[in-house]
Design a protein around this ligand. Sequence first.
Ligand code: DGL
Length: 267
Amino acid sequence: MSTSNHNSQIKSKPVGFFDSGVGGLSVYARFKKVLPFEDTLYYGDLANMPYGSKTKDELVGFARKILDFYNEKDVKAVVIACNTSSARAYEAVKDEYRFKIYPIIQSCAKIIASAGYKKLGVFATAATVQSGVYTHELRKYDSGIEVQEIACPNWVPIVENNKYTEQAAINDVRNQVSKMLEFNPDKIILGCTHYPYLMSLLKEFAPAGLFIDPAEIFVEYIKSDLEECGLLNSSGGAEQFFVSANPESFKAHSKIFYNVKDLPLCV
Ligand code: DGL
């Protein structure tokens, strides 16, 4: 079969996304805006959330389970819309599947590092910070960049449990931001896909323009890669949501970023 025939069969296949919960919707929503004619699947691994406190072995296991699920669904690509899984599991699983796998950190690092920043802050989960992958990936492209990574273990539970207005949540966000501002960063990367949900709180304590939500860069990267490979779909747009637990909670807490119309299927 010629390459173009082969690609025309593959391009109508869906793109799968996954995260521990609603966080990956910050990437998914942007993707649907930029590439509305792709068929998409989204998997929220709520049974194992939060990922940020899990070991590397556990995270590799979760990623394999979801990638096997997407293998059964015959996807053309999987977007790891989760920094923690990109940091801890991607290296272990990246060559095990026949479809493309896009990890958020590794896909965005080159573009962010090429922007000329001298000092970058990163807010991320404990597992991502412990991995040091953000610092490693950014400095791979510019060894002069200083990186300060700060773990924010309370932020994912704030988002998943809708605790934005509680005083403890406000204090926690204020403390983490002021700790980061002591480093005097040019920009602060929101290195967990749940954190853009906290933007209304974050901007109380630092200018909104200081924060980078990598979702925008990530989706542009995926788009140009699919385009280059002749794999963009121009005639789809269907979507389906899956969770490993708590479909009602997923639907209720996803609203800031995306209108999940039906209850997600629990698998
Ligand atoms: N949203 C994910 C990330 O980008 C995982 C958060 C969690 O479950 O701890 O890291």
